[in-house]
Design a protein around this ligand. Structure first.
Ligand code: IFM
Length: 748
């Protein structure tokens, strides 16, 4: 059994309710349930989300990932007193997410205000198979004298997305005196959800039911004998109209009842055992092991891989990864470039079929992307900056209101943050390099590459006797509407170049396309390094005044600078929200010398606040690759603390999905120098001080590899005997089953 690190919340703090609700989410890539306490707290934001289940409440609202009716809440009364961590006395408390099997576990001893002590244990998991199953268990022991327990639980459809109600309650029923079922429909009538729950209650318990104010509840009442543990198990089946076997026929609700009844024959313990087996399979296939002086490094990696499993909708190519996964309402559950650039590499090198699906998500939405390009006067495909289920642009037109001025700030990303187009192409090329999946290339990849390339060719304009890309936003969102953003121009160039390469290889005949592409490639302006090696982020960046960022850097992630300056003012200063040129160095390292990479890191980092969670890890990677191991480790550990750090509200509305994947990326692409975009596996090991060993699996072109890096040895093992060529520190090695290179990192 692989024992991964547990994620403990200790001690209980009401200030961290929502942070831990996000971190302690249980899920399976299809359903995510926030790790809220069973009992209610005023500020606690419950959440259950199903990948792809979006809805737009009305024309003035933004499409959101629907927060579904809750099934985890329980009102627990002990001798007539409501159990709450905020009343009575907490004698002991332990709450942990067991990442080895995705079980959320809590054990505590509570002394009620009347002085009676109870031991309470709660457990839950969202099954890896079947995906619709959620299991919960409550065990209560009266530690002093006999007592009485009342539990009310069921299906609570008062749940909203921060006040917006997306669902109508269509019917609620109780079957056979023990099964509850609620059928819901989005208010536009387009989608349905059926939630079915069943409690297995101890003998001697009595129960009644109520359906009132959108709450369908079972009320269970039973005596507790002192010292005797009493257990209640609750199983729920979460079905939505996205499921393959969903309605419209009216037997769907019946099938949900049957499906639940089949699994609920088994005990929580039995189902947990099976579920643990699935998680163990995942950990055996994907775990990254680090031997480090600081145990937090392993914890961060286990946390990241746990959440990666939860966020990738491996079951359904119609869904992609939301910016907060399925852990909260943040960013309305929308999909950004985060998926292709931060999350897809993990899928690609562990379960390539999942990376393929993530690309198929874009391919399915080629048509709306082409429409968006046309509407804006371009050719090809302009993928939306934020997308959901339909593939339409979902970026809100305005950001939150400025309550001092009453003005709303327009969000320009949908209009100008076009680099996402090249990011999709970059991921497509990377997928093919790592898999050589010709079928994908024919059916999906070539169309993605060609349509994205066409976009750039039509997007560039002739100015100063060259082609330029004007009025864009690069990854650094504090700098808007700029010309020739280095990141965008280089990525667009890469996009068109790669499209040409693959289209030619496949025998594509469109000569007019190739001529136009050649013209684009030779004439597109690519800002060059100056004498110090610095590449201008855009045409005007270097002429703007610098700003002392010390105060803001200490509060990074909070966007504190926006309290002192308007966005328009920030736009006119050398202030970066997140890595931009440094990001480019990370994605296309082969195009820049190590000296140039280091120079840009040195130049831009002091100008970067890291207000975006996507920034630190990228700095870590570039620092590690340029031989600055100590600085890299510092960036890396700061990146790991984005969700795991002490800040009590850092993750209230969900974990940072891309930053989480970047914990994996930082370890591999930074400290082992892993790069695959060119079609060959490259390593340049540079373990930081305090890391004795780093070990991880990789899936490369159908082979399963195990990489082990130690101070004096680099080992690659393979499970098949096909010859493979890899490059370590620039030197080519071909091997069949294993490659062992002895010596320090520089020597091998
Ligand atoms: O995609 C990111 C963007 O780069 C910065 N703001 C948050 C988005 C979602 O994570």
């Amino acid at each position: 059994m692989i024992q991964t690190q547990i994620l403990q919340e200790a001690p209980f703090s009401p200030h961290r309710l929502n942070k831990y609700a996000s971190l302690h989410t249980c899920g399976n890539g299809r359903t995510g349930i926030r790790g809220c306490h069973e009992e209610a707290y005023t500020d606690q934001q419950r959440g259950m989300f199903v990948a792809g289940f979006y809805h737009r409440a009305n024309a003035t609202e933004v499409t959101e990932l629907v927060n579904l009716p809750d099934i985890t809440g329980m009102r627990i009364e002990l001798d007539g007193e409501s159990f709450s961590l905020l009343s009575g006395t907490l004698m002991s408390y332990q709450r942990e997410l067991r990442t080895m099997n995705g079980e959320l576990y809590r054990e505590l001893v509570w002394q009620s205000p009347a002085g009676q002590q109870f031991k309470i244990e709660t457990r839950r998991f969202v099954a890896l198979a079947p995906l619709a199953l959620v299991a919960c268990r409550l065990t209560v022991t009266a530690l002093g004298s006999d007592a009485h327990l009342c539990v009310s639980t069921g299906i609570d459809a008062t749940q909203t997305n921060s006040g917006r109600q997306h669902l109508n309650e269509c019917s609620v029923r109780v079957f056979d005196h023990n099964v509850l079922q609620g059928c819901y429909q989005t208010t536009d009538g387009q989608q349905q959800a059926i939630i079915t729950s069943r409690c297995v209650i101890p003998s001697g318990a009595s129960s009644s039911f109520s359906a009132k104010n959108r709450q369908l509840l079972q009320h269970i009442s039973l005596p507790l004998q002192a010292g005797e543990a009493v257990t209640l198990e609750k199983f729920s089946w979460i079905a939505t109209s996205l499921d393959a076997d969903a309605g419209p026929d009216n037997t769907w609700a019946q099938r949900c009842l049957e499906a639940l009844s089949a699994v609920a024959q088994q005990s929580y313990g039995h189902l947990l055992m099976e579920h643990t087996g699935h998680w163990q399979h995942y950990w055996r296939a994907s775990r990254v092991g680090v031997e480090s002086d600081d145990p937090q490094d392993q914890r961060a990696l286990d946390f990241a891989l746990y959440h990666l499993k939860l966020m990738i909708p491996a079951h359904d190519a119609r869904a992609s990864v939301a910016a907060k996964g399925l852990t909260g309402e943040g960013y309305k559950g929308h999909v950004f470039w985060d998926t292709e650039i931060f999350i897809l590499p993990f899928a690609l090198l562990n379960a390539p079929e999942q990376a393929r699906q993530l690309l198929e998500y874009r391919f399915r939405h080629l048509s709306p992307a082409q429409d968006k390009a046309r509407r804006n006067g371009y050719e090809g495909a302009l993928f939306p900056w934020e997308s959901a289920f339909s593939g339409e642009e979902e970026t809100p037109e305005f950001a939150a209101i400025n309550i001092r001025t009453g003005q709303r700030q327009r969000v320009a990303s949908a209009l100008a943050e076009h680099h996402l187009v090249a990011d999709v192409a970059y991921a497509t090329a990377g997928y093919f390099q790592a898999t050589q999946d010709g079928e994908f290339m024919q059916q999906t990849g070539l169309a993605l590459l060609k349509e994205t390339a066409l976009f750039w060719m039509s997007r560039a304009v002739r100015r100063h006797h060259r082609l330029e890309i004007l009025n864009v936003i690069g990854p650094d969102e504090y700098t808007e509407h700029i010309d020739n953003n280095a990141f965008t121009n280089y990525m667009a160039h890469y996009n068109v170049q790669t499209a040409c390469e693959y289209l030619r290889q496949s025998g594509h005949q469109d000569e007019a396309f190739f001529r136009r592409a050649e013209d684009f490639l030779t004439q597109l302006y690519l800002p060059q390094p100056d004498q110090q090696g610095v590449i201008a982020q855009d045409d005007t960046f270097l002429s703007k005044p610098q700003c002392d960022l010390t105060a803001y850097k200490t509060q990074q992630g909070t966007q504190a600078i926006l309290l002192d300056y308007s966005r328009a003012e920030i736009n006119e200063m050398q202030v970066l929200k997140q890595a931009d040129v440094v990001m480019l160095m990370h994605l296309l390292p082969a195009q820049f010398t190590p000296h140039c990479q280091a120079a840009n890191l040195r130049f831009y980092e002091p100008r970067t606040i890291h207000d975006s969670s996507l920034s630190k890890s990228v700095h870590a990677i570039v620092a590690a690759r340029t031989g600055q191991a100590a600085q890299a480790l510092q960036f890396y550990r700061e990146a790991c603390r984005i969700d795991l750090g002490d800040e009590p509200h850092s993750s209230d509305d969900g974990i940072h999905a891309a930053a989480t994947s970047a914990v994996w990326m930082g370890a591999l692409m930074g400290f082992t120098g892993l790069d695959y975009q060119s079609g060959e596996l490259h390593f340049r090991p540079a373990l930081p001080q305090g890391w004795r060993q780093l070990q991880f699996p990789l899936c490369w072109r159908g082979s399963r590899l195990k990489v082990t890096i130690e101070a004096q040895q680099f080992t690659l093992r393979k499970t098949d005997a096909r010859p493979l060529t890899v490059r370590v520190n620039g030197l080519s090695h071909t091997f069949t089953e294993s490659l062992i290179l002895k010596g320090s990192h520089d020597e091998i």
